[in-house]
Ligand binder design. Structure first.
Ligand SMILES: [Zn+2]
Length: 250
């Protein structure tokens, strides 16, 4: 059943069924490389600071897209009442081909500095009317030895609590350096160097931080582990950030 995790039309059919059952509408926001890109907004987003969740910006990270859908399916009855902006898959061309990049070889996660890519332009447009108190960007990593996360936070961070929610499924990556950066028990809090991002392009997390999203987490599962476990770890991490964001709002 999970072998079809790269079947984009099937992913979207399941999202559409879920949206219908939840009284929500899946919105096509762009057409990129021959595929429609979608978002889902809840009515609660117009009155409260929201939670931004996105998956599949790298097409070879399918536990992100499956995890976001599985979490939403588990919360079908309560979705409408949560202030959510969800992007089920930001790189459909890549997902369908198990490739990180888009059809032109772009890393879409380095193109948030302006409306320079049809996907990031559409995401920026959807975000503009809203405020966000938290964001979680869902990823996977082939080199990872366990779960880990990047955290960009203006307020006391909550990455530790997110890893605690998922580590019973997959332990933390124990390495002191991950992707060339210092890590402590699976948490990376790199200093944001604007100069560096001017060179390599702005990731989604950096852009969200710059526009005032107070807490941003990039969550990573290890691609070499069993898909079902990775999906469940993604579900647990999403569940925890939803809980934490609700506590912030109350
Ligand atoms: Zn990624």
């Amino acid at each position: 059943m999970r072998s079809s995790c790269h079947d984009y039309p099937r992913l979207i059919a399941r999202w559409r069924a879920l949206a219908r059952a939840s009284g929500l509408r899946l919105l096509a926001i762009a057409q990129v490389d021959g595929y429609p890109v979608y978002c889902l907004k809840t009515p609660a987003l117009s009155t409260a600071p929201g939670l931004y969740l996105s998956a599949g910006i790298h097409g070879d990270e399918p536990a992100s897209t499956e995890g976001l859908l599985a979490w939403a399916q588990n919360h079908q009855a309560s979705l409408r009442g949560l202030p959510l902006l969800l992007f089920p898959c930001l790189n459909p061309w890549g997902l369908a081909r198990n490739q990180r990049s888009d059809a032109s070889g772009n890393d879409v996660n380095r193109m948030f500095q302006g409306d320079i890519h049809p996907t990031t332009a559409a995401v920026r447009r959807e975000v503009r009317p809203h405020r966000f108190s938290a964001a979680m960007l869902l990823h996977e990593d082939y080199d990872a030895l366990g779960i880990y996360l990047y955290e960009h936070s203006r307020t006391p961070p909550f990455g530790e609590l997110i890893l605690q929610a998922a580590e019973a499924l997959i332990p933390r990556d124990p390495r002191p350096k991950i992707d060339g950066r210092s890590a402590r028990q699976g948490i990376l809090r790199p200093r944001l160097s604007l100069k560096r991002f001017e060179e390599i392009g702005h990731p989604e997390a950096v852009w969200l931080h710059q526009i005032g999203c107070r807490r941003g987490v990039t969550f990573e599962t290890p691609s070499e582990m069993a898909l079902e476990l990775r999906i469940q770890a993604q579900v647990a991490a999403i569940g925890r950030i939803v809980e934490l964001q609700r506590k912030l709002a109350s």
